[in-house]
Design a binder for this molecule. Structure first.
Ligand code: PHE
Length: 337
């Protein structure tokens, strides 16, 4: 009798000692197999109970069951503490490469807008902004679009109320600024604009940077000088411009400004459809009729204005094929810049 009980007690002590010292999962598994496995020492003890004299069996059985439970419990504790230790050591593993949180970056369109404004800031322009919901008065009337004049059809408007619309261009900020300030004025106006338009080169929401200069003795040569400085600074030093006669109700004379094709440099290619030139912006000398609306004296001052299509500028500078990418927020597209 005492032999069996002694043997069980020895197994129990050895197992508990081994489990107390265990430092890794491989050893833990070896201990489990040695003591608790199907061919392990506790199983052996259980089996040997059958060959004991009948009166010794209950005490030996009880001792074996108790030892087995104790060893199992110690095994569970050891497994749990190894797991926790490994978690802790993972958290402290300073040799692992750092995890980078995803970082945002400025949108290609905002960046282009900033780049454009930067060029003009260096030329002495200051930045002004205006509302995206505009009144008919600022968007059209004070810009010399007479009521019911066909020129209003040039810009497919989105009305949001009676005489209230999403501005079709940034030009209303010309009037708002002139109303508030006296010349000299050298301003650029970045902002969103809206028209009923939707194809690969037109988006219902698009962006412009308006420019307005009103000062003493401003001529068309100033307009050309400023815009050619802009083109060579924003695109490349070799980029030249040309002016073509055009019409806007608020400028007279008016000019469409083209830049030499950014792809072929003017020789003619698919991008410029063989012409060597790419359309970039509308411009002109401020029509003196506007000065009446804001109380400037046309005998004292003169000026020029321009409106740059920011989307088009971005498409040409970064070689984009579809303007709508700029407004769809697809990260696969945006991450390329
Ligand atoms: N506002 C005009 C447009 O959106 C562009 C423009 C601005 C033309 C300033 C002349 C002067 O088409």
């Amino acid at each position: 009798m005492s032999n069996v009980l002694d043997a069980i007690e020895l197994t129990r002590k050895e197992a508990l000692l081994a489990l107390e010292k265990v430092g890794d999962v491989e050893t833990l598994e070896k201990i489990r197999i040695e003591f608790l496995g199907a061919k392990g020492r506790m199983t052996e003890h259980m089996r040997s109970l059958g060959s004991l004299p009948k009166d010794e069996r209950p005490a030996a059985g009880q001792a074996a069951n108790q030892a087995r439970e104790e060893i199992s419990a110690a095994h569970r504790r050891a497994a749990e503490s190894l797991k926790q230790a490994s978690r802790r050591s993972q958290a402290l593993d300073v040799t692992l490469p750092g995890r980078k949180p995803p970082r945002g970056s400025s949108h290609i369109l905002n960046r282009t807008m900033d780049e454009i404004c930067q060029v003009f800031a260096k030329l002495g322009f200051s930045i002004v902004e205006g509302p995206e919901i505009e009144t008919d008065y600022y968007n059209f009337e004070a810009l010399n679009f007479p009521a019911d004049h066909p020129a209003r059809d040039m810009q497919d408007s989105l009305f949001v109320g009676d005489k209230l619309l999403l501005r079709t261009h940034t030009s209303p900020v010309q009037i708002r600024t002139m109303e508030k300030r006296k010349p000299p004025l050298w301003i650029v106006v970045p902002g969103r604009t809206f028209r009923r338009d939707d194809d690969i080169t037109h988006s219902p929401v698009f962006s412009q940077v308006e420019g307005l200069v009103v000062d003493k003795g401003i001529t068309m040569a100033d307009l050309k000088g400023v815009l050619s400085a802009f083109a060579s600074s924003f695109f490349s030093p070799e980029t030249t411009i040309r002016l073509r006669p055009s019409f806007f109700p608020f400028t007279e004379p008016s000019a469409e400004v083209d830049i030499a094709c950014v792809l072929c440099g003017g020789k003619g290619c698919r991008l410029c459809k063989g012409s060597g030139w790419l359309e970039l912006l509308g411009s002109g000398m401020v029509d003196p009729a506007l000065y009446d609306f804001v109380g400037y004296d046309p005998n004292e001052v003169s000026g020029f204005a321009f409106g740059i299509g920011v989307d088009r500028a971005a498409m040409l500078k970064y070689g984009l094929s579809d303007i709508r990418h700029l407004y769809q927020g697809d990260l696969r597209f945006l991450r390329q810049f």
